[in-house]
Design a protein. Structure first.
Length: 112
């Protein structure tokens, strides 16, 4: 059976100087965005923590980035993903709630 579902995964690294309230505001923004976005089949958040000894691998494989969180947005189809990406509300939340907290993000869209 063919599916039109598309996933958007976003790996987020918080700014080192981001304060607790800034991070909490980021999560409030995710909740707001999830609640106003049509066509979401599911939404998940995964939290990450590096293991203490993992930094030893930097000598062998440099430039390792450990994200703090990953969001997985599953949309019913690409039309809803496009609406999500071009939404004025999304842009407003990104500027007000995400930008103060986020140092870097890695984004990829794929079929599940």
């Amino acid at each position: 059976m063919e599916t039109n579902v598309i996933e958007r995964r976003v790996l987020v690294c918080f700014k080192k100087e981001a304060e607790k309230e800034t991070i909490e505001n980021f999560y409030r923004g995710l909740d707001e965005l999830k609640n106003i976005t049509p066509g979401i089949a599911s939404f998940k958040i995964r939290h990450f923590k590096s293991v203490n000894d993992e930094d030893r691998l930097d000598a062998a494989v440099p430039n390792v980035t450990f994200p703090n969180v990953m969001t997985i947005w599953t949309f019913e189809n690409e039309k809803y993903l496009h609406q999500f990406l071009t939404s004025e509300e999304h842009l407003k939340i990104a500027i007000e709630k995400f930008k103060p907290a986020v140092e870097r993000r890695i984004v990829f869209n794929s079929r599940p």
